[in-house]
Structures are given as C-alpha cells and as structure tokens.
Design a protein around this ligand. Sequence first.
Ligand code: SF4
Ligand code: SF4
Length: 340
Amino acid sequence: MILKVEKFLKNYVDRFGVISSNIFPIPIENPIFEKFEYSYDKGYLDGLNWFSKNLDIMRFPAKYFKEFKSIVFFFFSYFDSTVSHNFSNLPKISIYAQYEDYHLTIRNFLKDLGRELRRVFGIKSVGFVDSSPFMERGFAFLCMEDGFLGKNGLFYLKGRGSYFFIGELLLDIESPRNWGAEKPFLRYCKNCNICVKSCPVGAIVEPGIVDSRKCISYHTIENRGVIPREIAVNLNGYIFGCDICQQVCPLNRINGSIFKGFTRVKEIEKFDLDWFLGLSKNRYEKIFKKSALSRANYYQILRNIFILAETDYIDGCFAKKIYDKFGHRKEIYEQLKELK
Ligand code: SF4
Ligand code: SF4
C-alpha cells in the first residue's frame, strides 16, 4: 500500500514541477529538537513568537496529531531562472514575495491532493505549509536522501539549490519506514563561506545557524517597531526579506523551474516609489492581499523605504515625502531618532 501511495504522490506532483519525499511515521519525539533548542536557548530565534508558544508540540508531534500516523513532504521551487527578479526602479523585494502568497497557493494545492488521496485510496489527510509544528527544514533534511543544510541555514536539495518552500501532508496510514541514520547537516555544502562573508549584518553566527535578531529578512518583515541602527544602515536596498545569502551561493547556480502553481503579482512589476507613496493604506492592503508582501503591513514597508532614503540608498527626496505625510507615525519618527 505505502509504495503505491508514494508512487501516486510522485506522479501527481511531478506534473506541477514539485518534488515529494517518501512517507515516514510521525515521530513520537522529534529527533532534531535538540538542535532547535540550542538556537532557541541562545536567543537566535527571539522575536519569532510562534516557536515559544509551541515548544511541546514541536518536541512531541505524534501526541498532538493522534488521528494521523505518517507524514510526507513536498518541495515547491520558487526560482525561475528565465525571469529577472530585479527591478531597476525599485528597492528590493525578496523573490518569493514577488509571487502570490505561497501559503495560499500551496495550501490549496495540498487540499486538492488530499481530496485525490481520499478518492483513490480512502486516505484522510491534512496539509500544512510554514505553519505546523514540524520543523520543516529539519525533517526534510532527515527524510530526503539528497537533502542538506547550507552554512546559511537554508535547506538545499543536491543539484537543485535552496529556493524551495516545504509543505507537508499528514496521513492516517501507517508507514513502515524509519527516519534513517544521522548524517552531517552540512554534508554537501561547499563550505566556501561566501554566504557568511556576504551577509551585510553578520547574521550567520554559526555554520547553519542564522541569528534572527540580526537578519534583514526578520527586521524588514517581522519587526514592527524600530530597526536597530546597525541593521538599518545595512539593509542593502531591501524593503521586504533578503535573498543575499541565497543569491551568492554557488550551489544556486541552477536552471530552476518553478512550481507551476505560482503566479507573479502584476502590481509588483509596476511598483515604483511614487506610485507606492500615492497609495492609501486600504489600497495597499487590497492590492497586496494575495501576496506574501502583506505579511508586512503598510507602515512597515513605508518605514523600510524611509530607512533606505535616509541612508542614501535611494534618493533622499523620498525620505522628505514620507516624513511630510507620515512623520506623525511612530514607525517613522522613532526610526528617524534611531538613525540620527
Ligand atoms: S555559499 Fe558556500 S558555504 Fe554558503 S551555503 Fe553556499 S556552498 Fe555553503
Ligand atoms: S537573509 Fe540576508 S541578512 Fe539574513 S542571513 Fe541571509 S544574507 Fe544575512
């Protein structure tokens, strides 16, 4: 049965350019929890509140999903080597956010797949992406023969790079497989240190570990307050996310083909700063509702643009324009105090 289901899954997802793992039992105790706990105890995950609220689920996943017995992972590439993701008239937006929100797209894909599993095999399933207690990168590393972590902490598939989202389905069938022997996390990483040296804020603090308190991606998206000066002056043009440690990595020089379910957000292509500054908050929310950009609110994006203008990364006239209109907002005046 398990082999038939795995074959079915591989055939189904292959049509969409997606890669699937084999099916593994949901572990009673997470075999890589200690690695996670190490980062957590060191404070490298500070600010990512979801983790602190879900430690027990992360440690003992089977206890919380009693009706499901097994798990299968899927890898969705968001890198299309035929498309330029840089805009000449724009600050930078992380590549993944240039597509409609992967949470929605992948969740819908997994729902459709789950319906097919029910129809063909009578299997019950539930899907997650970026929102489950399964530490996706870690589990994916364990279950994929050619999976490893880069020094930049990202999950890679050998020969396919790191531009992946990971989603999973929990299934109500048993799996006789086991998670396999321990292997070195960074085993196919070239150890060239280019990512470490290229990170403008020194956020890659140990091999395979990023300190979120320093990371540009964390600050431009999750930090709703003031971005500390030493980070703010090093945003390198980013107003949402950061791709630097992926872009410089030699393992990402690949001819990537993107998951067929992703659609580029049209408004991002025509995004220019005058246009953006003319948008009301409501209009921003309406336009970017379906994009991952909406993870950062309107005022965070304004704050990020303001920082780039104040630090001369883009024309300083945008700092004045933003201050004239939004100088009363704490995101702006407190950030300005931090930069002075
Ligand atoms: S840049 Fe070099 S060290 Fe960093 S993840 Fe890529 S191969 Fe590994
Ligand atoms: S995402 Fe950017 S800031 Fe974060 S570790 Fe990578 S290069 Fe550094």
